[in-house]
Design a protein around this ligand. Sequence first.
Ligand SMILES: *Cc1c(COP(=O)(O)O)cnc(C)c1O
Length: 433
Amino acid sequence: MPLNLDKSRRLFERSSELIPGGVNSPVRAYRSVGGTPPFISRGSGARVWDVDGNEYVDHVCSWGPLLFGHAHPAVLEAVNEAAANGTSFGAPTESELLLAEAIRRCMPSMEKVRLVSSGTEATMSAVRLARGVTGREAVIKFNGCYHGHSDGFLVQAGSGATTLGSPDSPGVIPGTVAATLQVPFNDLAAVEETAARHGDTLAAVIVEPVAGNMGVIPPAPGFLEGLRALCDRHGALLIFDEVITGFRLGRDGAQGHYGVRPDLTTLGKIIGGGLPLGAFGGRAEVMDGLAPVGPVYQAGTLSGNPVAVAAGLAALQLIEGDDGLYRRLDQTTQALVAELEGAAREMGVPIRYQRVGSMFTHFFTAADRVTGYDDARACDLEAFRRYFGAMLERGVYLAPSAFEAAFVSAVHGQGDLERTVRAHRAALEGLAD
Ligand SMILES: *Cc1c(COP(=O)(O)O)cnc(C)c1O
């Protein structure tokens, strides 16, 4: 029963003539899974509908932001009320203060906070600030971790121990990435070695504390603690990119989950309640390096936008008002993954599930562990592609790439998750043929 995607196909053809690839962010074009991306017309709770009327259980959740699903009434009310009072002023507002206070209450390491409009802006600005206040240039990042699309992060993934940055995209000049040092995720020895060579020029180490952009890969025991100690030893700043994990793994993000305090934290996705919003923050004396207090420049016409801030505040109020939220999310997702895993084992399809809280990835591999980018890339992409298509046909909307997280939201109910499990069993039967 192939999906009817006729309207989506026609829209995709028209879009492709006008918008490169037909999309405003490349993964949406379904290049790695094939086929036509459904054009989404609306969402409600844990479900989305496309323009042909197909209904899906949504495990993309707008790539992470929608912790409370689509069109949550409290978020809608906050957005409508804010919009009615004017959508942008480019001037300070009380709601920005309330959001900054809520962020600091949840994440005490963020003593001072600045709001921006995307995760990309947050990480780009945090690195600039780290370089500015330390007066150093080198930044260590990890293979397979994604920190947005600013030039300095578009470095080719190295194989082997460490790689001096070379551009991963035409248009990025070698000089821009020369000071970005690439190291394998979860390989503390490689970080030590790199830091030993570049220690006195090392401004920062930036890491997704739980990797989410090569599929979900938790930090090895001691990895984050090791990074903390190494940064202290070398006088470098530790930046946790919590754009996915912030408010996903708990009120205090991965830093609370693992008990490691970074110097700077970047946020995005959930913090905007589904609207474009990001934030970065950290130790007060570091943050005071920013203009107008300090010399490090950073600005934004729509930064702290009142409508986005209202949506973010509504999301944080839902989070702060529900003590059982993260325990429930963890239990629900654990039960879901156990069912998916059990079905795969029963049918003899080698899938390795990795989960932290309400984010998980099904790696199509017989390996018993995926610890870094090389492991993730060694998975069976063809099997994933077929699985993805079979799930979509059965009304389950997954990220169209093997290197992504699937999400469970607070509004995924029993009926939604049962549909996911049923589709999964049928999809695996198809794979076994
Ligand atoms: C999504 C993401 C970003 C980039 O955020 P945008 O809002 O897409 O610019 C940065 N870091 C991580 C860890 C992300 O998952």
